[in-house]
Design a protein around this ligand. Structure first.
Ligand code: RRO
Length: 302
């Protein structure tokens, strides 16, 4: 299997997975995604306590791309635990659970609880949701980032991925802080804080006013951030941001990503991930490249 790969030592069947929040799985629901062929599945972030999410409207298509202000509607940990076995008990690919806390202790509780299931191969710490009212994103502040990751690290022996925010002055130091605090890998990037206004109605387009920009507009930004992390640190990085096609995925891999997450494209066209997986396999075969690892970080200067 040419596509088999590793993220910080964790073996995956291939490097393609949905970005958290853009695709979910239920054994009784048919989708255009062959879940058994995914590198991993990452359901929507869960919070410790139930919460409704942000007021509507929560999604806006603008000329620059999709802006969302979903605000993590979540059943809470207890309800998630109750339904876990019936939903994910037979999941046919590696499962990564994304957790979002409001304090280091909440990250620790969520991480500990979600690590108990044998299906869960890693925990993704969502430190970078741009749509929460009262809190600085942990990924924007070195101390908050360190404390959240350290707390989660103390709560599990499973691999920990820290999802970083592009809303920072420079991202490589944040990756290094997350790694030093115990994250095995980082994911770069989450959405970029953004806003749009309907002039005629003199209203913000979103109920929460601001949201997170995603899609093709942020691909060059995510790519440069993955490159910065790969150049300036030894932290394994999963690339995310605007990936729609196999060429987009190849750019991230060549910039230094060990794997990729497909967000907005999956949301609109769930089959995009299948096309990317098929395309990567064909690319490696056509180029006579034995394995994914052989193209990671190979981009040369122009
Ligand atoms: O639910 C959201 O509003 C949301 C989350 Br948790 C996130 O991580 N990134 C995003 O763009 N939206």
């Amino acid at each position: 299997n040419r596509l088999a790969c590793h993220v910080a030592g964790l073996p995956l069947p291939n490097p393609v997975m949905p970005a958290s929040g853009t695709f979910d799985y239920h054994p009784d629901v048919r989708t255009p995604v062959d879940v058994a062929r995914l590198g991993a599945l990452i359901p929507k972030s869960i919070t410790l306590h139930p919460q409704p999410g942000n007021p509507p409207s929560r999604l806006a298509e603008t000329p620059a791309g999709l802006i969302n202000s979903i605000g993590i509607p979540s059943p809470g940990l207890a309800a998630f635990q109750d339904k876990f076995r019936s939903v994910y008990g037979g999941v046919p690919c590696p499962l990564v659970i994304s957790v979002a806390g409001y304090s280091p202790d909440e990250y620790a509780q969520l991480t500990q609880a979600c690590s108990r299931w044998p299906e869960v191969v890693a925990i993704e710490l969502n430190l970078s949701c741009p749509n929460l009212k009262t809190h600085l994103m942990p990924a924007q502040d070195p101390i908050l980032l360190r404390d959240a990751v350290q707390a989660a690290r103390a709560a599990t022996v499973k691999p920990l991925w820290a999802k970083l925010s592009p809303n920072v002055t420079t991202i490589a130091p944040m990756a290094a802080i997350a790694h030093d605090a115990g994250a095995d890998a980082v994911v770069a990037i989450n959405t970029i804080r953004a806003m749009a206004i309907n002039i005629e109605r003199q209203k913000a387009i979103l109920g929460h006013f601001t949201g997170g920009l995603s899609g093709p507009a942020i691909l060059p930004i995510g790519l440069s951030m993955v490159w910065d992390i790969a150049q300036h640190t030894s932290v394994p990085v999963i690339g995310c941001g605007g990936i729609r096609t196999v060429d987009d995925a190849l750019m991230y891999l060549m910039a230094g990503a060990s794997a990729v997450q497909v967000g907005t494209a999956t949301f609109a066209h769930p089959a995009a991930m299948m096309d990317i997986i098929n395309g990567l396999d064909r690319y490696l075969a056509d180029q006579g490249i034995a394995q994914i690892a052989d193209i990671i970080g190979i981009a040369k200067p122009a």
